[in-house]
Design a protein around this ligand. Structure first.
Ligand SMILES: C[S@@+](CC[C@H](N)C(=O)[O-])C[C@H]1O[C@@H](n2cnc3c(N)ncnc32)[C@H](O)[C@@H]1O
Length: 241
């Protein structure tokens, strides 16, 4: 909760509109700050306007109500709500863009745009060749905005793949700093974020970190790369072809 909002509300409790509560479950859909302001003033009752909302639409309804007043909800929260509704999680049918727009108080065009850009971002993030090319361009000095434009995704998508890349490089540095010497029998308690943990027989990326660090290869051939662990580590350790 936003402390400043609560403090502001404490001074004008009588002027605030009723909070919105789902009648069946008594869940507060809108007005958490007002509730908190009343509590802090020691007032035990609050004007309520009742709503009738199925639980799986609580967040969408809360978003729609919230958008009408002061404290805007973060766009990532909005996007998560849209993803959940459009995929139909928790046993509910997927909702159409039109229905989502209506429930959330957005235009259908806006919902379409958001879904298209989320979809674009997730397709991009799964395309290793594109992600690597984007990181290369960023590393030679292209701005995240420009890289995003080149791949048709937002700069926040680029900044998130760059952040993941930096995190993986930190893991590599930390591993190389803390491990003992490479031995003929090795054991890696963790596999790290490279390749795919779900792939049958996947290798720990840390084995590749050690091998690459030891042999310092100019190029690598892995004829059984499976989920791509070797390629992932090779990229992170200096874009080794
Ligand atoms: C144990 S997995 C390697 C897993 C990989 N290191 C990883 O972390 O995901 C072995 C891989 O070799 C592939 N493979 C087996 N025989 C092969 C062959 N003769 N030629 C090319 N690939 C082969 C399998 O399909 C499988 O993807």
């Amino acid at each position: 909760l936003d402390e400043e909002a609560i403090e502001r509300y404490r001074d004008c409790l009588e002027e605030l509109p009723p909070i919105v509560v789902d009648k069946e479950t008594m869940t507060v859909l809108d007005g958490w700050h007002r509730v908190e302001a009343h509590k802090r003033e020691g007032i035990e009752t609050i004007p309520v306007s009742y709503d009738d909302c199925p639980p799986h639409l609580f967040l969408a309804r809360a978003y729609a109500l919230n958008a009408k007043h002061g404290l805007p909800v973060d766009n990532t929260v909005r996007d998560q709500i849209i993803v959940v509704l459009s995929q139909g999680k928790d046993g509910y049918d997927p909702m159409s863009e039109e229905e989502i727009a209506q429930k959330m108080g957005l235009s259908q065009q806006r919902v379409s745009q958001i879904i298209a850009s989320l979809l674009g971002a997730s397709i991009f993030a799964k395309d290793k060749a594109k992600v690597r090319e984007a990181i290369r361009l960023y590393l030679i000095g292209m701005s995240q905005v420009k890289v995003g434009e080149k791949f048709g995704v937002s700069h926040t998508t680029i900044s998130s793949v760059v952040r993941e890349f930096t995190k993986r490089k930190d893991l590599i540095s930390e591993h190389l700093r803390s491990r003992g010497h490479l031995k003929s029998v090795v054991n890696y308690p963790q596999r790290g974020p490279w390749g795919d943990a779900k792939f049958p027989g996947n290798t720990s990326g840390y084995l590749l970190v050690d091998l690459i660090n030891y042999y310092q290869p100019r190029s690598i051939l892995d004829p059984m790369e499976g989920s791509g662990t070797t390629g992932d580590v090779a990229f992170d350790m200096g874009d080794i072809p």
